[in-house]
Design a binder for this molecule. Sequence first.
Ligand code: NAD
Length: 235
Amino acid sequence: MENRVVLVTGGNRGIGLAIAQEFLTRGYPVAITSRDGSGPEGALAVKADVRDSESIAKAFQEIEEKLGTVQILVANAGITKDNLLLRISDEDFIDVIDTNLTGAFRVLKQATRGLVKSRWGRVIFISSVVGLYGSAGQINYSASKSGLVGMARSLTRELGGRGVTANVVAPGFIDTEMTAVLPEDQKKTYLSNIPAGRFATPEEVAKVVTWLASDDAAYISGAVIPVDGGLGMGH
Ligand code: NAD
């Protein structure tokens, strides 16, 4: 049994759900946030929107009352609003940054006091292969995802001496609702570039996250861990 409290944002579906379930299987107390308040059985599901600091503050209050101080934070909530550079609106650029990057900052800021007090913490940002590889039509998304690398590395320098590690997991193509909407011919093109020759399951990302949160990964911080079947080699 592990007793460190885990929080996964966007833990009601896709990769976030798989991460929450993997921690639950290992006996951790798990809280998740979702926008509709739904979540997996066995987890404390709290309604929150990462674009709204007040809802995040309320979520932390409820989690602390019911489970205790969050010591493992997985910033997973994310969206895409893809478009070519000439067509993308300011709004779609800002929305994606606000959710994926500023959203991770808002959650991190709420968690920081508890992490410092505990003198032990794990922060894991779910980025993407395209954060460092780049992607035509995803200028907003890739900028938000590479921003998480700077955040993890600054956090490592700021709180590394207090027992807190901060790392980035960079998934490639994972079978979830986010990739289900891609056109078939686009999926085929992506597949032809992935050395592993397949997409991954959300569980394959989840197992890397639980390992990063464990004591076995205590000396890994500021790292970008790819889970991409070799797509982005050279990060
Ligand atoms: P998904 O769309 O299935 O899940 C995204 C989750 O984020 C959902 O739970 C959603 O409710 C939540 N979310 C979105 N906006 C939110 C907001 N404003 N406030 C709170 N929660 C919000 O997608 P997924 O594939 O499971 O993606 C999870 C993470 O992994 C995302 O950050 C995504 O960018 C990243 N990722 C996914 C893939 C992939 O191939 N699926 C690849 C690389 C990275």
